[in-house]
Design a protein around this ligand. Structure first.
Ligand SMILES: Nc1nc2c(c(=O)[nH]1)N[C@H]1C(S)=C(S)[C@@H](COP(=O)(O)OP(=O)(O)OC[C@H]3O[C@@H](n4cnc5c(=O)[nH]c(N)nc54)[C@H](O)[C@@H]3O)O[C@H]1N2
Ligand SMILES: Nc1nc2c(c(=O)[nH]1)N[C@H]1C(S)=C(S)[C@@H](COP(=O)(O)OP(=O)(O)OC[C@H]3O[C@@H](n4cnc5c(=O)[nH]c(N)nc54)[C@H](O)[C@@H]3O)O[C@H]1N2
Ligand SMILES: [Mo]
Length: 659
């Protein structure tokens, strides 16, 4: 029999999954053919969840560090000792001496109960901000009031052109592919604007490879041409926007020659894109997260928003700057199960947490890590590892002995998604919510996160914090849906939220003016240029002599971030090198090279790429080995908006290893 459940991975696709278990207990996962998005296919990362459930490397018992090794201990001992260390910190340093490091390693709504424990204590120090997408979210909030997307069907049925801008659809958002194909079969053009060559490029009418971080300049350059030719939507600008004149003045600085020289995009491509946006709409722009992980990432997204808005792509079927689907959040009341409001919380930014841990006053005495592997994923991971190691008591809850867990004093085994009940959704793309059904019993002594925190609360005499049942919590979290939501979800496995296919169709925006804001009041309030501003300012123009190449550490093709297939030997990573650099440096396909900068050095196997920006190399993010991680190369620098890391802004060099 096949059981319907869902994939909780932090991803665009949020798949509905069918699971079967044979007589020998072997688990198989496949996509649910009845789900409108998943349509019967599941990517390798989803299928790996079954492999990870039964992997011999999975942690099945609580572990305690003794010297330089881990020994198995009982849950009773683990909870008693951790409870003691926690109480001691609360008594001596206070709540801010307790650090909770968390991220979205699982999207289950009940995972918010982890935070509930710390808020229930009265507060803690916790990580906030994003290594992922915050600058873009903030940018779209300035422009539209919220980051909303068109439904995939709308794009498939109505777009005249699809521009995939900095999103690696074929790898990171595979269930978008059929919709793109459908649009193409109707005759829609496909354009891929990506610094690195992408598989999707083979299907595209045109591929454009801008210099890393330069897309805002490109977008404003295109918009200037549209303005100069009168290829703009005057009616939209006059009735439904504010600040066009201010932005228009800014555009005067973006001549085609300057834009071409700063983006490495040819004048012909810039004119071609201007004609596309200006004359061939509706254009659906699918924005990825790649181009906003730079120091001007937020302004970059604002520039692309402005291009789309001024050329009439907003609020029309087949248009939109599709970055996220934040409307989904309206249907969940996470606060009801978290209770953050009344807590006294000190915050450390995810990007800069290492420095903040080292400088903390009051100091951090105990740390808990849930749903994340920061020792690999945080930019400048070497400093993170040092900072984390300096904390007196470190507790990591995970299913594997990750690089972060290796540094811990206690490692506690949590359940895999196939062993627990929850509800999951994505705010990255589509409007479906899915039910996570327990399929197999917890392996070994694994427990759901919330049970671990319930035990800990009981241990320190604060059982009331985690009192409640899964049913009560799900009801509370899903209350905005209506009372019967959870029953319906249990029955059907997934439901579509009542979100319109075309956002902003009424041209009423959630900004202070109620209009689309080319010049944003909120941006001004936050100390930014009111209009998108993307040209480099003096100090940015570096000579880059020692490290002449950009290093992009983008998401791995087959893994979810650092969640590695357990059996593959990955000690030597792959470095993707454009043809021109390979020729210049005498690098041969399949040979070894050293990739290095002033922070790190790795021996990698060369793959030569015919496409992509000519000065940019790629290593996969999530990789670790040779005593380091990909993020040893990156710095904890920040993007301009929100609290977003700028880890794609990174330089390197490469040399052949001979002999
Ligand atoms: N297979 C797989 N899928 C995943 C994940 C995974 O780890 N593996 N992770 C999930 C998560 S957490 C996220 S956030 C999403 C991320 O999804 P994406 O945004 O698609 O992923 P990225 O790897 O960040 O990069 C996307 C593309 O941005 C391009 N890029 C980088 N810099 C620039 C630039 O300056 N300009 C332009 N035009 N392009 C640029 C790169 O060429 C790359 O192809 O994927 C999710 N899906
Ligand atoms: N250089 C570089 N750095 C990056 C990125 C990049 O593209 N380049 N991408 C950034 C992005 S977009 C993101 S989102 C972050 C992701 O960073 P992380 O969230 O740290 O990513 P993962 O490697 O997926 O780690 C998630 C961990 O949570 C565990 N886990 C899964 N489910 C549960 C659960 O239910 N409970 C508990 N307790 N643990 C669970 C998994 O086993 C895994 O070890 O990385 C960022 N870092
Ligand atoms: Mo992410």
């Amino acid at each position: 029999m096949k059981v319907k459940t869902a994939c909780p991975i932090d991803c665009y696709d949020g798949c509905s999954v069918l699971v079967s278990v044979d007589e020998r207990g072997h688990i198989t996962m496949e996509g649910n053919p009845d789900h409108p998005i998943t349509k019967g296919t599941l990517c390798n990362r989803g299928r790996q969840l079954a492999v990870r459930r039964d992997s011999p490397q999975r942690i099945l018992h609580p572990l305690k560090r003794i010297g330089d090794r881990f020994v198995q201990i009982s849950w009773e001992q683990a909870i008693a000792e951790i409870g003691q260390a926690l109480q001691k910190t609360l008594d001596s340093v206070g709540n801010h001496g307790v650090l909770h490091i968390f991220d979205w390693g699982s999207g289950g709504v009940l995972k918010n109960l982890n935070q509930r424990f710390f808020y229930g204590l009265g507060g803690c120090t916790e990580t906030v901000g994003s290594l992922c997408w915050d600058a873009g979210l903030e940018a779209q909030t300035y422009d539209f009031g919220r980051a909303d997307s068109h439904s995939p069907d709308d794009m498939a049925n109505s777009a005249n052109a699809v521009v995939v801008w900095g999103r690696n659809v074929a790898n990171t958002n595979v269930h978008m592919m059929p919709y793109i194909k459908q649009a193409q079969q109707r005759g829609a053009k496909l354009v891929v604007i990506s610094t690195l060559e992408q598989d999707l490029g083979r299907r595209a009418d045109r591929c454009i490879y801008p210099r890393p971080g330069s897309d805002g300049i490109l977008a404003l350059g295109i918009l200037r041409i549209c303005r100069d030719h009168g290829w703009i939507d005057k009616a939209f600008i006059d009735q439904f926007s504010v600040g066009w004149d201010e932005l228009s003045q800014e555009l005067d600085a973006y001549s085609v020659d300057l834009v071409a020289s700063l983006t490495d995009v040819s004048p012909d491509d810039i004119h071609w894109l201007a004609d596309l946006y200006g004359n061939q709409g509706p254009v659906a722009t699918l924005l990825g997260l790649g181009m906003q992980r730079y120091s001007r990432g937020g302004n970059t997204v604002r520039a692309i928003d402005a291009l789309a808005a001024a050329t009439g792509q907003i609020g029309v079927p087949g248009g939109g700057v599709n970055y996220a689907q934040r409307q989904v959040g309206r249907f969940f009341d996470e606060e009801s199960i978290m209770g953050r409001k009344s807590a006294d919380v000190r915050t450390f930014e995810r990007t800069t947490q290492a420095a903040e841990i080292l400088a903390a006053d009051p100091p951090i005495r105990i740390a808990f890590v849930t749903r994340t592997n920061p020792a690999v994923q945080v930019p400048d991971s070497q400093t993170f590892r040092k900072a984390f190691a300096s904390i007196g008591c470190k507790v990591v809850i995970d299913t594997f002995l990750t690089k972060t867990a290796e540094l811990a004093d206690y490692v506690l085994p949590c359940t895999n998604v196939l062993e627990e009940e929850d509800v999951t959704y994505t705010t990255m793309w589509h409007p479906y919510v899915s039910y996570i059904r327990p399929v197999v019993p917890p392996k070994g002594e694994a427990k759901p996160d919330w049970q671990i925190f319930r035990d800990l609360a009981g241990e320190i005499g604060r059982a009331e914090i985690m009192a409640g049942t899964v049913d009560e919590w799900l009801d509370a979290a899903l209350a905005p849906f209506g009372k019967a939501a959870i029953d319906e979800l249990r029955e059907t496995g997934f439901i579509r939220l009542p979100i319109e296919d075309v956002p902003w169709a009424r041209r009423v925006f959630l900004t202070p003016s109620g209009k689309f804001e080319f010049s944003s009041e909120w941006a001004k309030r936050d100390g930014h240029s009111p209009v998108a501003r993307c040209l480099p300012e003096g100090a940015d123009v570096e000579s880059h002599v020692e490290y002449p190449y950009a290093l992009l550490t983008t998401h791995p093709r087959k893994m979810q971030n650092s969640q590695r297939d357990t059996e593959r030997n990955l000690d030597t990573p792959t470095v993707e090198v454009p043809q021109s650099i390979a020729e210049q440096k005498g690098l041969a396909e399949g040979a070894l090279a050293r990739v290095f900068n002033d922070r790190a050095s790795v021996v990698a196997r060369i793959v030569i790429r015919p496409g992509g920006h000519a000065g940019t190399l790629r290593l996969e993010a999530g990789w670790y080995g040779q005593g380091m991680t990909t993020n040893d190369f990156t710095t904890a620098s920040k993007a301009d908006f929100g609290s977003q890391s700028a880890q794609y802004e990174c330089r390197c060099n490469i040399e052949s290893i001979t002999g």
